[in-house]
Design a binder for this molecule. Structure first.
Ligand SMILES: Nc1ncnc2c1ncn2[C@@H]1O[C@H](COP(=O)(O)OP(=O)(O)OP(=O)(O)O)[C@@H](O)[C@H]1O
Length: 313
């Protein structure tokens, strides 16, 4: 069982501090989602884990060793970091064969991973003819080549079609179920909540969260209940008398903040309200993530300025 341990990791690029004393561990047997706004430092952290760059200070170890000291790196760690990196004039099969030979990996693995990634039938084509999604599948095939215990996947769903997204989700779940250590960065919150057990969140190079998915969502969202009854006004008075925070959409449906279904159901029964709709909102990872990272985004779009006659004169 091989963990990744990042301890006090700082990476300075000139005046830019991409990582600022980050410490976390990625454990085997689960999928860890690696989240953070653009420029938060996720790719930098992954590059440091596989020795593609040197930290300014701190360490990243895999099973207790720095990547450079691993006896058999390709069999220990598989990484998808830059799907554009493969040489375009080679065929996909030749590319994977060269990697296998370099890593002393049995040739039979080449066809296995091409099959597994769903590109065996197009593996004779030059990589430069590949779409983004096909390159992504090729990158995943090469990450799997050494049957590694640890997988680092930087935005693996990027460019994949819906079938591909389902495939990568199931692949990550099965790799974790086999006891492997799987770290996956993504900007797709719906996707991440479908595959991750645990989350590590960075913001501006610092660690913002390192927590199980369910705990993360409940810590950063407020439960909400929707209630619609036959008498909107009496409902409003009852909610107000209870001291609850609520808002109405104008169609007689009230949204009650920080409430649970049982409590609101009991209130409606007590008040003799005829309930037409009573439901709890499923808190989403997206809401939790946006609540946590508000103020942590380096790049934010501003609404286009509308010129008023005063402003333009
Ligand atoms: N080689 C480099 N030279 C200079 N600055 C860099 C370099 N690599 C990354 N940075 C900077 O470090 C910061 C972190 O970048 P990084 O790519 O790790 O973020 P990220 O979380 O992966 O972002 P994204 O979600 O946009 O991929 C950014 O401000 C980036 O511009």
């Amino acid at each position: 069982m091989t963990s990744i341990d990042v301890v006090g990791m700082t990476k300075q690029y000139g005046a830019k501090r991409a990582l600022d004393g980050v410490t976390f561990s990625v454990r085997p047997g689960r999928v860890t989602g690696f989240l953070g706004p653009n420029g938060a430092g996720k790719s930098t952290a992954m590059r440091l884990m596989v020795g593609l760059d040197r930290p300014t200070s701190g360490t990243a170890t895999i099973g207790g060793s720095a990547y450079a000291s691993l006896a058999d790196p390709l069999r220990t760690v598989g990484a998808l970091l830059d799907p554009q990196a493969a040489l375009g004039s080679r065929t996909a099969r030749a590319h994977v064969k060269i990697l296998a030979a370099a890593g002393r990996i049995p040739a039979r693995r080449v066809e296995e991973v091409l099959e597994q990634a769903g590109i065996a039938s197009v593996a004779g084509r030059r990589i430069k003819t590949y779409s983004l999604g096909m390159r992504q599948r090729l990158g995943i095939a090469t990450a799997l080549l050494g049957d590694p215990e640890v997988l680092l996947l930087d935005e693996p769903s990027n460019g994949l079609d819906p079938e591909g997204i389902t495939w990568i989700r199931e692949l990550m779940r099965s790799l974790a179920a086999e006891g492997r250590t799987v770290l996956v960065s993504s900007h797709l919150m719906g996707e991440t909540s479908a595959f991750a057990d645990h989350l590590v969140v960075l913001g501006k190079g610092r660690l913002l969260a390192d927590t199980p998915l369910g705990e993360f969502v409940s810590a950063w969202t407020v439960p909400r209940v929707w209630l619609r009854t036959a008498d909107a006004e009496r409902t409003r008075s009852a909610l107000a008398a209870e001291g609850l925070t609520f808002s109405g959409s104008g169609d007689g449906r009230w949204t009650v903040e920080g409430a649970d279904l049982a409590g609101i159901g009991a209130l409606a029964a007590r008040e003799g309200l005829s309930v037409l709709e009573l439901a709890a909102e499923e808190p989403s990872l997206e809401d939790a993530y946006l609540a946590l990272t508000a103020g942590e985004t380096e790049f934010t779009a501003v609404a286009p300025r509308t010129e008023t006659p005063e402003a333009s004169s």
